[in-house]
Structures are given as C-alpha cells and as structure tokens.
Ligand binder design. Sequence first.
Ligand SMILES: [Zn+2]
Length: 388
Amino acid sequence: MRKISADYIFPVSSEPIKNGVVSISDDGTILAVESSISGATEHYSGIICPGFINTHCHLELSHLRSQVSEKKGITGFIKEIIEKRTAFSEGLIERCIVDAEAEMIRNGIVAVADISNNSSTFKQKEKKNLYYHTFIEIFSMDPSKAEETIEKGKKLIAELTTSGSISPHAPYTMSEELLALINNVAEENNSILTIHNQESEGENEMFLTNSGVMFNAFKEMGINTNLMRKTGKNSLQSTLKHLHKAKKTLLVHNTFTSKEDLDWIKSNRSNLKSQLYFCTCPNANLFIENKLPDYKLFIEENATITIGTDSLASNWSLSILDELKTITKYCPEIPLQTLLIWATKNGAEFLGQNQLGSIEKGKKPGLNLLKNVDGISITEKTEVVKLA
Ligand SMILES: [Zn+2]
C-alpha cells in the first residue's frame, strides 16, 4: 500500500483537497482519499489528478509525425495524408505505433478512443497497456456504395479483439444511406459513436451552398459534385439528425460550431447533454486551421466537453497536458478543476469506464502528478509524471 500526498489532490468528482492524501493498493485501487497529510509515505509538491482520457486519436497515423505541413486547412491536410500515409514500410509504421503508445503512457494517459481505418494498431491494442475503444471509421459519399462500405467496416471490426464500434468519418464524406446503416449496427450492438464535426468553415459552406474551399478541393480531386450533399443547413444540422439519438455520440473538433448550432441541438434532442459529448483537440486545430472552438460558449451552455490529442500527423505530441496548456494560454479564465473534468471524468463517462476518471474509493483511475504548477493553476512549465 502507498499513502501519497501532494500540495493539492484533485479527485475531480469533488473539490480539490489541500494537503490531501491518497491511499492506493499495490494494484492501484484507491483505498482512501483523506484531507490530512499525516502518515503519508510519499510527498510531492504539485497537484495529483486522475489518469487522463484521450478521447480522440489516430494511432495508425503516428508515423506521419513532422511529415505534414502546418496551417494548410483541412483540405490541404487531407490531401497530404492521402499522399503520404502509405509511403512508409510496415515495420516503420509498427514501430511508430509502439512509440506513440509509450509516449501516451508516459504522459499519464490511461484510456484512448482511437480511430482506425485499417488493422495496423490492433496487435498493439491487444497488449492492453492502455484501455482502448477503437472506432472503425468508414466513409463514402456515394449512396450506391453504402452497403459495400458497411460490409468493409464489419469485416475490419471482426478482426478486432478489443472494444470497438463502427463510426462515420465526417458529415462531408457520408451519404444518408451509409449513416442509416451505421445506425442499424449501433442499435444491434448497443455501441457508442463518434464523428468529426465542423473542423473547418469549408465543411459548413459545402452543405449550405455547395461552394467554398472544401467543395472546390473535392471537385479538383475528381469527386462527383452530385454526391456532395447540399441541404441549405450547415454540416452539423444536416448530419446529427441522421445519427442515433439514444447512443452516446462524441462530436470531435467543433471548431466552427455556433450558438445557433447548440440551440438547434437543444430543439432536436431533449437537451444538450442528451447522449452528446464534445471533444476538443486544440493543438490539432491550431496545427490545421489555426483556430480554436468557442470554449466560452460551450461552458455557458453546460456542454459535456472531453479532450483529444488527434494524431501525430496533426500534433506535436500525444499529451493531454499539452492540450490543457494550450486552452489555458488562450482562455486563462477557465479553472483547472474544469479542465481536469474535461480531461478525465467526462471521457471516462463517454467510454463507460467507470473505474477511471476520478479519484474515489474503489476506483482504479491511475494517478498523475502535475509538477511545476502555480498554486492550483498549470503554467507553460508544468510537467506530468505518472505515479500509478
Ligand atoms: Zn481525427
């Protein structure tokens, strides 16, 4: 048994405890959380919080670290990914996956919602060094290919021996027919869903008026413009209504999501919290579009926010702390307690992993030490050390 104390314990499920002590068993189960430092066997200066939950990653793209140009917009990014993702040997891709996972563990991440287009990460996931939920990502704008596409997804998920479900890629790469088929599978398997959402303005424009940067880029790539849905509504409003309302759904990015969109969700669903989670990947947003979501809006509307790193193709690191630092840099008024709820508890709840996400008796959340903090705030210099 270890009795670990720090200047502050952030259980996350309750208010921070000054000079608190966490007792854990040898297997990491929380035995007690107390407010008296006496009897502690280890003391750290800094903050102890639960293990981080990374709710958006593409582990299979780890070999593209430093390979893709920054700030080229989503269509420039997609073009480069398509060109470069297969230009590497299988051995190198495998090594980069192993290294990327080790980086996440070092950075105090205990669970990952990971996107897969192929099986290259499955072997590593089977080692269960981390908890993974794999979203098998499928896409096709062509309604006549919907059946064939869902069958491909089913074939791939049959190879996966860890937790997973089939999910749509993004509003702009889906036909309504394919969305309906994905819903059927989610219903049959009672599974969670995710979709990239409003990562660029071009995505909204494509749906509103069949014009703009994304529309033009796809046209240039030779995609039949008749397949690009023009609904007169933006991408979120054109897509969310086709997704299963009763299944937990994680909308990823939300960089161009507006108050009007959140109001629309409230009128379309019983409330904003009704099975919906909003994942933010701030560093990837700066990397690709150089813009961040309107965090104030999401906080005002009491949306359930989670944090993702996205892949090393569009990020400099796989670190939830680095994402929190970026949010703090642009929105210093958001308290650490709020950021840590996003980084731990909300993601665990989305994944249905109740033993993770908060420091409470009986749970096994992993423990992170945040050192070089300023009282109860993180700074540029803050580092994470995995304690358990
Ligand atoms: Zn992504």
